[in-house]
Design a protein around this ligand. Sequence first.
Ligand SMILES: [Zn+2]
Length: 86
Amino acid sequence: MNCPKCGKEMESGDLHTQKYPFWTQQELRLFRGPTDQVDLGPLDDDDASMFTRDPFPTFPGAMLCRDCGLVTFPCKLIEKGKRRQQ
Ligand SMILES: [Zn+2]
């Protein structure tokens, strides 16, 4: 696929992390996690419990643009929800 930013060909690989990356639109504060936090897990992840999750998750199908440093990868959205405001 091509980079959505610069349009050049992206390179395919696997994305590794030691902890789950997460997504939020809120500013991070000490001692209080964001209320809209969405953990990004591998597609085949068992997200039933924090303790059954793979401690070294791999994200296959990660696309890299060397020019922009842009990376896209398919993942499972694990919403901590419930505490949602509004
Ligand atoms: Zn690019």
